[in-house]
Each structure stands twice: as structure tokens, then as C-alpha cells.
Design a binder for this molecule. Structure first.
Ligand code: M6R
Length: 357
């Protein structure tokens, strides 16, 4: 039940700090160390490449998971949109391991891939919020999100849960392989959970931003580099699906290769600047769009903030920035939908689980 919240989406966004904390506990062993089932560790150790298969928001989480698993554990990863995989199957490695990311565990596009790769005899894991769902039952192994039921069509807490569990998968896989990991993920997740809470407490600020930037516009752009790029894709999807504003997420560097032609006087451009190594570059992209009349909203992070940034996120570990950078975008899309009188929890043309291919 949504209790005192006007919408499930708002309730679910508020649950995010608790979900991140719960995940940390759920993946702890008796000694308090992060862990995974022995069978899943074995499958990860035996694989020479991980294939992540997902759709929509789960695909966006998969893109982040790829970075985690490659950077922390050193296992090569490919991420594929499930609907494309069936007819555009890449050449597989010798020992592929498939990881299906699906909140509902019922997405038909993802299931058809599962059926296909199982028939080829490859091992499969489903990362899902729903124990007993179709993809969970049909895969060899299941990793649970522990996010609690997600009712709003727009996925919020399942996304943060997916990112958190993928970080744990990468971390445990690295340790299993005897790799040195120079940070304490449990501690960093706890810091991120507190940061999410702090951002949720600033929701009035996001309402104001939605009012200023999205109340009347017909389009909006989200840009970022590196991990911020993937979060931009997710921010744009949120805005599209619940407020019906045409929104696009772009890699900052790609703008000049075409998209910048769309920038007009007053076009809202949300720029994420949480990645230290590319902070100057993304700020350069902001200057480029401002020179063409864009209305920029820079969301940066403590330690990287500059005068004029519209919102500064609390500092978290460099790899966990997606957990916090997505929160203002979720809130901004929520308020944009409210201001435009849209049905926040049940947007037009959409279903919570997409069971047709
Ligand atoms: O249940 P799944 O994670 O497999 O669903 C995949 C997409 O349909 C889903 O993430 C969709 O994009 C959301 N409505 C986004 O908010």
C-alpha cells in the first residue's frame, strides 16, 4: 500500500536508502563480509565472458554493471538489449555466462534469450526482484534484488537495487579471484545510502527544477560522460515515460556529432558532472550548448562543484556515483509529470511487465 504517499513512485523513491542497506545485509556472510552463493561464485570463476541481457531501465543498470565487473573483477562483459539479441546474437566466447537483469522476471524479450541460450547449454543467472518469477525459475541461478514490490510503472528502487547488487557481484568476484580491491564496498554502500536520503530530503529543490526547466518544454536533453552517460540514459527514459516530454540521453562527447543541431533557445539540458576524470570535458559540452541558447542544469558532486551548479550531490565512492546521480533525475521526472497532470504511476501505453515480444 502506498500509505500516506500520493503515489507509489514517490514511496518507492523514498525506500531507496533502506533498499541499499537491506541489500548490503542480505549479501553478508556470518562474518559480515559480502558474499554470493558458492555456485554463483563458481560460475563466475569459470566464465571467460559475461553476457548481460536486459531491457529498459534494467539495461541501463546493466551498462553500469559492465563497468563494475570489468574494472573491479577483470571479467570481460558485453551488455545486450534483449529484444535485439535473438536475431543479432554476437559471436560467443568459449565459456560464456549469461546474466539476465529483470525487475519483474517476466519480460518476454529477455525470456526468449534465456530459452535460446539454455538450449545451447550455457549457464544462466537471473537478477530479479521477484523470487519465483519465470526467469528466476528457468535460469540456473537467481540473485535477488531485495527491493520489495515495485508497483509504479517507472522503475526507481529496482534500478538502484540492480546497481548495488551488480557492485556486490563485481566485488565478490574480484575477491574470489584473489584480486586486491582497494575499498570496502559495505562501507561505501552505507555512505551512498545516506547520500540518497540527503537528496530525497531536498525534493523541494527538484520540484523547483522541474517547474523551471520542464513545465512547458517539448523536449529535454540529458548528458554525461563515463558512468554519468548511463545515468543520463536512465534520466531521459524516466522523463519520457511519465511526463511524455521527448527526452534524450547522450554521451557528452557525442553531442557535437549531430544532436547539438537540436539545441534551440531555452532547450533544457541536464548535465551530470560527477566523474572527476572527465569533469572539464562535460563542462566544455555545457559551454557548447549554452552558446547555442540551451538552458543548462548542472548536477555535480561535492569536490567537483563549481559556482552556478544547480545541485551538488553528496560525495560517494567514484564507482557508486550512479546510485546517487539518478535520484535527482527520478525526482525531477516525477515532478515534471505531476506538473503536467500526467498519471505518474500508470503512464499511458505502458505496462509494468512487458510479456509480449
Ligand atoms: O521487469 P524488467 O526489468 O525486465 O523490465 C524491463 C523494462 O520493461 C523496464 O525497465 C521499463 O523500461 C521501465 N518501465 C522503466 O522505468
Amino acid at each position: 500500500e502506498k500509505g500516506t504517499y500520493p503515489h507509489y513512485m514517490l514511496k518507492e523513491m523514498y525506500e531507496q536508502p533502506g533498499v541499499v542497506r537491506k541489500i548490503s545485509q542480505a549479501y553478508e556472510d556470518q562474518k559480515g563480509e559480502l558474499t554470493l552463493d558458492v555456485a554463483i561464485c563458481k560460475a563466475l570463476n569459470e566464465a571467460d565472458r559475461l553476457y548481460i541481457i536486459a531491457a529498459g531501465t534494467s539495461y541501463h543498470a546493466g551498462l553500469i554493471g559492465k563497468q563494475y565487473i570489468e574494472k573491479i573483477a577483470g571479467i570481460p562483459v558485453e551488455v545486450h538489449i534483449s529484444s535485439e539479441f535473438g536475431y543479432n546474437m554476437p559471436l560467443l566466447s568459449e565459456k560464456p555466462l549469461f546474466l539476465f537483469i529483470t525487475q519483474s522476471g517476466e519480460t518476454a524479450d529477455s525470456r526468449q534469450v534465456l530459452v535460446k541460450v539454455k538450449a545451447l547449454g550455457h549457464p544462466t543467472i537471473t537478477l530479479t526482484n521477484v523470487a519465483g518469477s519465470t526467469l528466476s525459475r528457468e535460469a540456473d541461478y537467481t540473485l535477488l534484488l531485495h527491493a520489495g514490490p515495485e508497483i509504479a510503472v517507472a522503475s526507481t528502487k529496482a534500478y538502484t537495487a540492480q546497481v548495488a547488487v551488480l557492485a556486490i557481484v563485481a566485488y565478490v568476484a574480484a575477491k574470489e579471484q584473489g584480486k586486491t580491491v582497494d575499498f570496502d564496498l559495505k562501507n561505501e554502500l552505507a555512505i551512498a545510502a545516506n547520500a540518497i536520503q540527503t537528496i530525497m530530503d531536498s525534493k523541494e529543490e527538484m520540484e523547483q527544477i522541474a517547474h523551471e526547466f520542464l513545465e512547458v518544454t517539448r523536449n529535454a536533453f540529458f548528458i554525461g560522460r563515463n558512468l554519468d552517460f548511463y545515468v543520463s540514459l536512465e534520466g531521459a527514459l524516466k522523463v519520457k515515460e511519465i511526463s511524455y516530454i521527448q527526452a534524450e540521453g547522450f554521451a557528452g562527447g557525442e553531442l557535437k556529432h549531430g544532436t547539438i543541431a537540436l539545441i534551440e533557445e531555452g532547450t533544457p539540458v541536464f548535465a551530470l558532472a560527477t566523474q572527476q576524470a572527465v569533469s572539464l570535458n562535460i563542462r566544455g559540452n555545457v559551454k557548447e550548448v549554452v552558446a547555442r541558447g540551451a538552458n543548462p542544469c548542472i548536477i555535480s558532486m561535492e569536490g567537483l562543484a563549481e559556482v552556478g551548479d544547480r545541485f551538488v550531490l553528496p560525495k560517494v565512492h567514484a564507482l557508486l556515483t550512479p546510485l546517487v546521480a539518478v535520484i535527482p533525475l527520478q525526482l525531477i521526472s516525477y515532478y515534471a509529470a505531476l506538473h503536467r497532470d500526467c498519471d505518474v504511476d500508470k503512464p499511458r501505453n505502458l505496462a509494468k511487465s512487458v510479456t509480449v515480444e
